[in-house]
Design a protein around this ligand. Structure first.
Ligand code: GCU
Length: 626
């Protein structure tokens, strides 16, 4: 056996050391990083490159062979390859060509852009080129604000992400898939409804398909801030006069333990440095020198500057406390009454999915005109612009995931989907002071499987975000008797109970509401989260004539007579701000494809019922904070 001399041994060791060092440094580069898929919190506050605009599109009919193989698995060898036919000779590709295909606007549902796609439910393929300049030490993500319902994205033929759910954002790393110069991105969006999706196959809104919110390219340093939570310390008691402790965390993706994180809130006299743990998370608790709490009357937002290593971003965050005390809802320690309204993410006047600044301006002009201080964004997370504007304007929000009809509550994979959507909703908006409620569902049938499923989900919501109130909108009991008893066991899992009922429209005559009394077996705040009636704008008659504006207004008068007598009512969200498209509303000349329970028509025309609600809210004549 050859024994190396000391000098040989030292040289050999040095070589080995260099080799090990090189490999260990190079290893991560050598092993192609699996593209990261995440949800970048605060991405709308970062400098990004917009990919909004004209995208080529191709429509695929069932069985969507270009997207799924015979086993239903996603194919990377279909339209995802973005090849071009050899027109003049030789074998064709699979006979498509994005480069010369027509275009759709992104963001935007395809239904209201292309008449031939108005009722189309299926797969639409989107493609566009983009120019990219790799920069050493940075990583790039394709940000998609929302795409309904199931999406897959490729860059230059490499699959970079898949996402299920039509109303929450996702970010797909493209660093290793993109190259300098012109790149091609392909996104397939499948709007087909399935029994075990969320929502399931049946709902009273329009299944707008497509890339329905903004798309952009986000470039961040190697280690970057992907998640954070900065909130007013929320513990067993609250005192407005000395609420000044801010707590939360900052997460730095792939950062080694001990990475310094700088939190600076100049106007609050906060300037602190904390370090990440081995998971990249830095928790903090810091006392502000001064703090004005966020409220509808004073929607104070603070510049919150976060930085870690090469990364930095500035958000604008309001600090407030929301909690219940018996049947009262306390905002910053003071009882509050929520004068609200329901709304779908339907774009006023132009129709389709609401996803622009102009849409949000129109929506908030209606909310302010109504004297509302609260809005239920039903039945799914809306465009993030809504929370940003509500933060600035001082409107409180009920935010919800689309668990409604026909849900398979007995299936664990469905629970996992619901929990993923809940986490995405909370992660995107947990730094928005305007959001005060997370809702786990709407009008679900009362049975043990559903109660267990939603109790588990409500507890998960509370564990994920202990600073907000957890709610759900209940349906039932039958309201055909003068005394109505609500004893749904789900109430035990909620902080605030939502109650839907349609006395005067689906059940009985409007005047019967005057004699109704309600008993809730839970001693908790109650929000009457849906009530109302249908009317076609401009259709007039007597208070007895259904579908007239006078009849709708009359229902509200009698609803208010009933609601003002229920002591635990702490909020109202009538159904609904504005008429909205729904595939189940097809009475010619009255509905024509719209649910007509709006206080406004879809063209923002005010019905008589609008003035009944506007006056009640102005005079605070229905319900009391305590
Ligand atoms: C239900 C449901 C709404 C629906 C409304 C109606 O309660 O929650 O999504 O649109 O009633 O029937 O108009």
């Amino acid at each position: 056996m050859h024994v190396p001399s000391l000098s040989q041994y030292v040289r050999q060791s040095r070589l080995t050391a260099v080799l090990v060092l090189t490999l260990s440094f190079a290893a991560p580069l050598l092993v192609a990083q699996k593209p990261l898929q995440t949800l970048l919190v605060g991405v709308d506050q970062r400098k990004t490159e917009s990919l909004n605009g004209d995208w080529h599109y191709l429509v695929e009919q069932p069985p969507f062979r270009e997207l799924y193989d015979n086993a239903g698995q996603i194919r990377d060898s279909g339209y995802a390859r973005n090849t071009h036919p050899n027109i003049s000779s030789g074998p064709h590709n699979s006979e498509y060509d994005f480069a010369t295909a027509p275009t759709l606007k992104v963001p935007g549902d395809w239904n209201t852009q292309e008449p031939t796609l108005f009722r189309f439910e299926g797969v639409v393929w989107y493609q566009r080129d983009f120019v990219y300049t790799p920069k050493a030490g940075t990583r790039s993500f394709l940000h998609i604000g929302a795409a309904n319902y199931r999406s897959v994205a490729w860059v230059n033929g490499t699959r970079v992400c898949e996402h299920e759910g039509g109303f929450t954002p996702f970010d797909c790393e493209i660093t290793s898939a993109a190259h300098a110069g012109t790149n091609a991105v392909v996104i397939a969006v499948d709007s087909t409804r399935h029994q075990d999706d969320i929502p399931s196959v049946s709902y009273d809104w329009f299944n707008y398909g497509g890339i329905t919110r903004d798309v952009s390219l986000v470039t961040v340093p190697e280690h970057f801030i992907d998640d954070y939570d900065v909130h007013l310390k929320h513990d067993a008691t609250f005192s407005a006069k000395d609420a000044h402790t801010l707590t939360g965390y900052v997460h730095v993706q792939d950062a080694p333990a001990g990475t310094k994180v700088h939190l600076n809130i100049p106007e609050a006299g906060v300037n602190t440095i904390v370090s990440t743990d081995s998971q990249g998370r830095a928790d903090f608790s810091v006392d502000a020198k001064s703090l004005t709490l966020w409220s509808p009357e004073s929607p104070r937002l603070y510049r919150v500057e976060l930085s870690a290593g090469q990364d930095a971003l500035t958000d604008r965050i309001g600090f407030r406390d929301i909690r219940v005390d018996g049947t009262k809802i306390l905002l910053n320690g003071k009882p509050v009454f929520l004068q609200g309204i329901n709304m779908h993410a339907e774009a006023p006047v132009r129709g389709g999915r609401a996803n622009t600044d102009e849409d949000v301006n129109n929506i908030f002009s209606m909310l302010h005109d109504l004297n509302a201080n609260f809005v239920r964004l039903c039945h799914y997370p809306h465009d993030e612009r809504m929370e940003r504007r509500a933060d600035r304007d001082g409107i409180m929000i009920w935010s919800e995931i689309p668990l409604w009809q026909r849900i398979s509550f007995d299936k664990e994979p469905v629970y996992s989907k619901a929990e993923a959507m809940l986490h995405e909703m909370i992660r995107r908006d947990r730094n928005k002071a305007s959001v005060i409620f997370w809702s786990v569902s709407n009008e679900t049938p009362r049975n043990p499987a559903r109660t267990e499923f939603l109790t588990r989900l409500a507890n998960e919501a509370r564990k994920t975000d202990p600073t907000r109130l957890i709610t759900s909108a209940l349906i039932g009991p039958k309201v055909d008797k003068p005394q109505i008893l609500q004893d749904d066991p789900l109430m035990a899992a909620l902080d605030v109970v939502g109650q839907n009922e349609y006395i005067g429209w689906y059940e009985g005559q409007a005047e019967e509401a005057d004699e109704k009394t309600w008993t809730f077996t839970a001693n908790k705040p109650i929000i009457f989260s849906e009530f109302g009636a249908e009317a076609k704008f401009g259709n007039h008659g007597t208070a007895k004539d259904r579908w007239t504006e006078e009849q709708e207004a009359n229902v509200y008068e009698h609803q208010f007579n009933m609601l003002r007598k229920i002591p635990a009512v702490r909020g109202l969200t009538p159904w609904v701000l504005m008429d909205f498209r729904s595939t189940t509303r097809n009475i010619p000349r009255l509905q024509d494809g719209y649910n007509r329970k709006g206080l406004f028509s879809e063209k923002m025309e005010k019905k008589k019922a609008f003035y009944v609600v506007q006056k009640a809210y102005k005079e605070h004549s229905v319900g009391k904070p305590e």
